[in-house]
Design a protein around this ligand. Structure first.
Ligand code: FES
Length: 128
């Protein structure tokens, strides 16, 4: 059996939603100290939903595939559902990752949560 699923290879070779966002409403950046990989998620929020999402990942193929899949999974979703996205759901959507690559999908979960928290922190500040 191949180490990586077709879906992982597809999202690695053709990542969706790559890039940065100048007018993001929330930004989350996380890293893994062991491998040194870094993932950054940008969110555009409208009416408590993810209107648009972009990512920049300085990392391995599994991290890129995880970010790409995770951004597809949260696009258009309400924030309460976005906060419930787990690395397990991302991994399942990718038809699995090798055990030693599961931490790459954890980065996606953490980066998205950090971006939503950043959005909440900014709106609270704005409401003053
Ligand atoms: Fe660390 Fe993939 S090896 S994120």
């Amino acid at each position: 059996m191949a180490l990586y699923s077709e879906k992982v290879m597809d999202h690695f070779r053709h990542p969706r939603n790559v890039g940065s966002m100048e007018d993001a409403d929330g930004i989350g950046e996380v890293g893994n100290a062991k491998c040194g990989d870094i993932m950054k998620i940008y969110l555009k929020i409208r009416d408590d939903r993810v209107e648009d999402v972009k990512f920049e990942t300085f990392g391995c193929g599994s991290a890129i595939a995880s970010s790409s899949m995770a951004t597809e999974m949260i696009k258009g979703k309400p924030l309460n559902e976005v906060l419930e996205l787990t690395n397990k759901a991302v991994t399942e959507a990718l038809d699995g990752l090798p055990a030693h690559k599961l931490h790459c999908s954890v980065l996606a979960e953490q980066a998205i949560q950090a971006a939503v928290k950043d959005y909440y922190a900014r709106t609270e500040t704005a409401l003053g």
